[in-house]
Design a protein around this ligand. Structure first.
Ligand code: SF4
Ligand code: SF4
Length: 178
């Protein structure tokens, strides 16, 4: 694939996806040397620090629908990030159509997980998906006293397991060193 064709296809694909920015895949993005935390904070990104390291919370506040509104000023990690699907596309090991199909499957599972989290009593609160999931799962349920809630909990666990498997197998790149 020619570089310009790859760039156009990647843009269409990411616009249909957004999972690496909307709190589905990550809870935080670590800022790197060269990133400017104060400037990024002024752009509205949720920049925080812990133990001398800066990071920004996800879902990213710069995301509108599935587009980055600070694209030219986005942090280093965002510039360097290419999920497995984009890498495969770049190497002509998959097609735009195949990637779109995987994204549709993943997004369907994400919707299921969101809806099951609501059924489990946790309203939308703007936190990353995994944070919300863990909050639900950390509350004990007595299956004898609350059988419906116990069933909803089990459904949530199963849907999240499927989603994690799909994201790990098809989207997450190998871990970075820091
Ligand atoms: S997960 Fe991949 S396809 Fe989806 S928005 Fe991120 S880089 Fe694009
Ligand atoms: S700054 Fe842009 S690319 Fe980076 S996480 Fe936010 S929306 Fe995504």
């Amino acid at each position: 694939m020619k570089p310009e064709d790859y760039a156009a296809a990647a843009s269409r694909i990411c616009t249909a996806c957004g999972m690496c920015c909307d709190g589905t895949m990550f809870q935080i993005v670590k800022l790197q040397t060269g990133d400017r935390p104060a400037e990024l904070g002024k752009l509205g990104l949720k920049v925080r620090s812990r133990d001398g390291e800066f990071f920004m919370e996800q879902p990213c506040s710069a995301l509108r629908d599935t587009c980055c509104t600070v694209y030219e000023q986005r942090p280093a990690r965002c510039r360097l990030f290419h999920c497995q699907q984009l890498r495969l596309l770049d190497g002509d090991q998959t097609t735009e159509r195949e990637v779109m199909t995987l994204i549709a499957s993943a997004r369907e599972l994400v919707e299921q997980v969101h809806s099951l989290i609501l059924q489990n009593g946790l309203r939308e609160d703007g936190q990353a998906l995994l944070d919300r999931y863990e909050r639900v799962m950390s509350t004990p349920v007595d299956a004898e006293l609350e059988p419906e809630l116990a069933a909803a909990r089990q459904s949530l666990e199963a849907a999240m397991r499927k989603l994690r498997r799909l994201l790990n197998r098809e989207f997450r790149p190998p871990p970075l060193s820091n």
